[in-house]
Design a protein around this ligand. Sequence first.
Ligand SMILES: [Zn+2]
Ligand SMILES: [Zn+2]
Length: 320
Amino acid sequence: MPRTPSRTLLDIAAFYAFSELSARELPGLSARLRARAEELEIAGLMIIGAEGVNATIAGSKPRMEEFLAFLAPLVGRERLEAKWSRAERAPFRKFAVKIRDEIVTIGKPELRPSPTASPRRSLSPEDWHRELSVPGTIVLDTRNWYETRMGKFRSAVDPGIDEFHEFPEFLKNSGLAKDQRVLIYCTGGIRCEKAILEMDRQGFTDVAQLDGGILAYLEKFPDTAFEGDCFVFDHRVALNQKLEPSGRYGLCPHCGQPAEITIHCARCDSPALVCAACHEKENARRTCSKNCAHHARLTPGKKGRPPQPQGPRLSARARH
Ligand SMILES: [Zn+2]
Ligand SMILES: [Zn+2]
């Protein structure tokens, strides 16, 4: 269901595909993707590996659709589905491709989602929405604590992990009943592709995942069972229920975590957002940047110019 954006916003596409690529072909694939993205004036970040591709890109929607059509056969697909959202400005300055062992890191390269896996255990947003209200169902978030803090499905179990690779250990000690129906979700679906294999390995017998993650769910069911904002791994930081930047968060200039406390820099007087943890720290609490923190330490009380604006700090962690 297309919506009319309330402001002029850019389109963003998030997508992934598990595939069977050979490590040898990855540098060549990377070069082809970069060339095509340049022709189509697409910016973004793609993680590619022998297990597939995982990306968030920005550009004009028809051109991104062209890019998806170009990519699909290269990863053995007829077509690729993207999750669409919007941004006020390009979340990326350029197009970059990174080659990694895992396209989403659980730290267990042996967990390889099959490109031809049956969609049996993957619930559409509609089916997921229906199942949420079935009594005795456990809803389990597979994301990190700073993501769940911003928003999650009502009554979801929050593992409180720092990174996705801690999920298997969390699961082991979770005390969740192995024969109960467990519904798992993440931002765009990719983490659940591996989480569900780990759950199989640990003996869970009745698990299903949300196809397309929160992004696909909010497209169909805004303002219902998912409460709060959805964290995304680019400078938008968080999307609201309309899949537009929520504007409530920035990235902390000191540590890169989501930040929501407004400060005025003691050195350069610029306004900035810092995170709650850095706000506890004497020097970080009062400064807008690492640079101002450094100078405030060297010469306390002296004023200085604002640092040069920097591009968004992009995380190389799990991206959907
Ligand atoms: Zn911080
Ligand atoms: Zn400053």
